[in-house]
Ligand binder design. Sequence first.
Ligand SMILES: [Zn+2]
Length: 457
Amino acid sequence: MQVPLIRLQCGVNQYAWGKKGEDSAAAKYAAATPPADFKIESDKPYAELWMGTHPSNPSKDVTTGRTLLDLVEDNQALLSQSVAARYGKKLPFLFKVLSINKALSIQAHPNKKLAEKLHARDPKNYPDDNHKPEMTIAITPFEGLCGFRPLGEIAHFLDNVPSLRQLVGEDVATQFVDTVKRHSDLETHSKGAPSDMKEVLQKAFAAVMSASEDAINSATEKLVADAKSQASSFAGNGVSSTPGSTLSELVTRLHGEFGADYGLFVLFFLNYVVLQPGEAMFLQADDIHAYLSGDVVECMAASDNVVRAGLTPKFKDIDTLVNMLTYNYAPIEEQKMHPSEYPYVTLNRAGYSSGSEVTLYDPPIDEFAVVRTVLRGGGAKATFEQLDGPSIVICTSGKGKISVGPTVQEVQEGYVYFVGATAEVVLESEGGEDDEFITFKAFCEVEDHSNGTGEKL
Ligand SMILES: [Zn+2]
């Protein structure tokens, strides 16, 4: 039987929003295991490194050149019986590194039912019939937009940003502000709020998204001028969770990247989220979001379905987006995930005493979870218990070793390994005293409801 530890060569794509040349973590990681003709060009963007079995950009076994998809189709034991039975002969998740230089489109990913409908109607723009919940963990400081702001913040902007009010329209804006005032005790969370709160939010958001090009152009001109002179009124006296200077900088920057665009006004509707390295957020199906900058690892259910509506030269489907969204709203802190200590690992003495950490990011879906391991100093070692499912490990910093049974392989920044089901994995750092050996491991395990041994067929 094949040893279930396979070093992978992964492809990086060159979407225009990617960081350029060596600045791109995705490019650097791809260059750690390059195909024969790969060389980083300093003026070219490198956006996404894909790790998995998705046919659009499948990872390959470095030694044999066979695709990972081919390998798991041939040998289902690599996935485990339970994972193959539930998800078929492929990885249930797609793991990526994104290096974001300029904003990615404002988007949401359809739930399973809507994905099936969109795919049947328009297979060219919706290539999969699967849902696509996704989780983002920062490698370098990251900024993005995620979920709707508490409605009190949006009401404040409607009262204080004239170009936004103009775009939404006087009637809708008045109705919005009045409704929020009437329910001021329920303006921070949509949970438990009366349905008219979500209705006015959808109405105001739809008004922006369906504005004519002329209306967007004239409102943008005004907004960009106000951003320079009136930044302070954007934030009010702490009403907005985003400082006025940050909002004004964002308006100026996004205008520089995209010109007149709906996205400049969407800024006032969505939470502006900053993640420090190791911080994460999870996006449910139908949650609106946009990534603005930074390097992240991203894990998602295997799918490539995106409904886009602004800040993009790609296909836009505004009607679908406006109608699919949940219109849930909540403060920023609740958009972030709360990772926990990973229990199924043992650190050696060097690992404990250097303060090494193994952290679990476990979103409320079945297809994947991610473990981040930070081994500090040389000789720190983490031994992971067997998993009844496949995993993919990428190193984002430092160096060390990975072993499965008697097989030991070298790990450096950018190396990617596939680990087959039931393998006991050991990671060991080899750096100096001040070095950190950081890896991310995405995995899937079907919950075993039988007897807990995981040995059933
Ligand atoms: Zn997304």
